[in-house]
Write a protein that binds this ligand. Structure first.
Ligand SMILES: *Cc1c(COP(=O)(O)O)cnc(C)c1O
Length: 232
């Protein structure tokens, strides 16, 4: 899924057309994680990700990875990394290694809760433009169901305007107002604050963590209610 709009690209088709034109294909798999989508099996030449996000999941380490179909490409990437010097430190490598032991537990829980929350938001009168590839009527669902093994822990939606979205984020108690995503602690942000993405003022990107699902959904519904009362 793309970030922050959550559109899913047809990787097999992109690969077919790119390869026909002599191009290589790199997929940014940050949002999906390797448990959610396996780009190399779909034909991509490279799968790249920020492991700062769901892969390590605790918001305590900056890392990334590149995986390659062709071992010769891997050797080129490794050589480039060696020369540029972007080698992870032992502490970072240890933190990542520790985190990988819970990857499946975290991702399963976070994806399940994300779908549950998305279903609740789908019925909420104040929420528009809801996107999550796991929702059966999402524009990307059919493709995501063919291509992904898990639909991810991120949801996006719109509230009426900037004031409403800001107040909603302020009212949340279990959810940090933060840019990163994929962590065990839920986070959300009004994406328009950066000015870089073409998103509406009330657009919220919401990353679902590993909290108790009922607690989290109750917190979101309460914050929607409180922010409606506060901003009319
Ligand atoms: C966060 C993110 C990055 C940047 O990664 P860092 O590990 O924070 O440097 C790059 N691409 C995507 C899709 C991201 O979500």
């Amino acid at each position: 899924p793309s970030n922050p709009g959550l559109d899913v690209c047809d990787i097999r088709r992109l690969v077919r057309e790119a390869h026909a034109g002599g191009a290589l294909v790199a997929v940014d798999n940050t949002l999906a994680t390797p448990l959610g989508q396996r780009p190399l099996e779909l034909g991509a030449d490279f799968s790249v990700a920020s492991d700062t996000k769901g892969m390590t999941g605790h918001g305590d380490v900056l890392l990334g990875h590149v995986s390659c179909r062709d071992p010769r490409r891997a050797a080129e990437v490794r050589r480039w990394r060696k020369i540029v010097g972007a080698i992870p430190g032992p502490m970072e490598a240890w933190l990542a290694h520790r985190s990988l032991a819970t990857l499946q537990l975290r991702i399963d829980r976070q994806c399940a809760t994300a779908l549950e929350l998305a279903r609740v938001l789908a019925d909420h009168p104040d929420v528009t433009g809801l996107r999550h590839p796991g929702l059966p009527d999402d524009p990307s669902h059919a493709l995501a169901a063919r291509q992904m093994r898990r639909f991810g822990s991120v949801i996006s939606f719109e509230l009426a305007d900037r004031a409403r979205a800001e107040r909603f984020l302020d009212e949340l108690r279990l959810v940090d107002d933060a840019t990163s995503f994929g962590g065990v602690r839920s986070s959300a942000e009004r994406r328009g604050r950066w000015g870089g993405d073409a998103v509406p003022e009330g657009f919220v990107r919401f990353s679902v963590g590993a909290e108790d699902p009922e607690d989290l959904i109750a917190d979101v519904l309460r914050a929607l209610d409180a922010s409606r009362k506060a901003t009319g």
